[in-house]
Design a protein around this ligand. Structure first.
Ligand SMILES: C[S@@+](CC[C@H](N)C(=O)[O-])C[C@H]1O[C@@H](n2cnc3c(N)ncnc32)[C@H](O)[C@@H]1O
Length: 217
């Protein structure tokens, strides 16, 4: 069992871990939107989007810049404050509603044309399947559920972990126990992309990508 399969756990532990994570550096992520999101959401007409585990806001700001009205959620107040500052700097703050949730315990209200979970993964308690089922439940008719997760260790890692840690895309989808007749699969795979290590090492890494469209009727 991985940490992600565990229950909601001690909410304080979750907050403590992620606050410490963000507190170690002034900025943790690049500020750029995730490549798979750009690829998949780029051609979509703007609507209502939900960004789960938004971190410092790279995706939310990118979506808002393209006209989406975004609800952006994270457990870390520090991350949300940085994301809000980035939204203001980009002039899109009026289109992003930031909310703090420990998604193992509470979930934003409403339905959305795009629900995106980009690397919503955690070494501390996160009931991944439960959260992603709720994410699926928040997708409006005709809307898209996009889940991107780490699908391998980077090729530059000195001690690559066992690949057994990473489920196949089919397995990652099956664990959501969705009523598949209600969804059309737009993407299901483990594409490779470039990855740069902490010392500038160049390499590759795989993502597990699940993109499902909720049938309209
Ligand atoms: C690996 S980061 C990914 C951040 C962002 N989506 C990105 O791609 O840059 C995971 C994010 O999920 C958030 N997170 C982890 N557990 C959470 C929980 N239980 N509820 C809400 N957010 C959580 C973390 O604070 C962190 O910002």
């Amino acid at each position: 069992m991985t940490a992600e399969d565990r229950g909601a756990g001690d909410g304080d532990e979750v907050v403590r871990f992620w606050e410490a994570h963000y507190g170690r550096h002034e900025r943790v992520w690049s500020g750029r939107p995730n490549a798979v999101l750009v690829d998949i959401a780029g051609p979509l007409a703007a609507g209502r989007a939900l960004d789960l585990g938004c971190g410092e806001g790279g995706d939310a700001v990118w979506l808002a810049g393209r006209g989406w009205h975004v609800t952006a959620v994270d457990v870390s107040v520090t991350a949300l404050e940085r994301a809000a500052a980035q939204a203001t700097a980009a002039g899109v703050e009026s289109r992003i509603h930031f909310q703090q949730h420990d998604l193992g315990r509470s979930f934003p209200a409403g339905t959305f044309d795009l629900v995106s979970a980009q690397y919503l993964q955690s070494p501390v308690a996160l009931p991944r399947d439960h959260v992603l089922r709720r994410a699926a439940g928040a997708v409006a008719a005709g809307g898209l559920l996009l889940v991107v997760e780490h699908g391998s260790v980077p090729s530059w890692a000195r001690k690559p972990d066992s690949h057994a840690r990473f489920p196949t895309p089919e397995r990652a989808l099956a664990t959501l126990e969705l009523e598949l007749g209600a969804w059309e699969t737009e993407r299901l795979g483990a594409p490779e992309r470039q990855s740069t290590g902490p010392d500038g090492q160049l390499g590759t890494i795989r993502d597990t990508v699940i993109a499902l469209r909720r049938r309209a009727g």
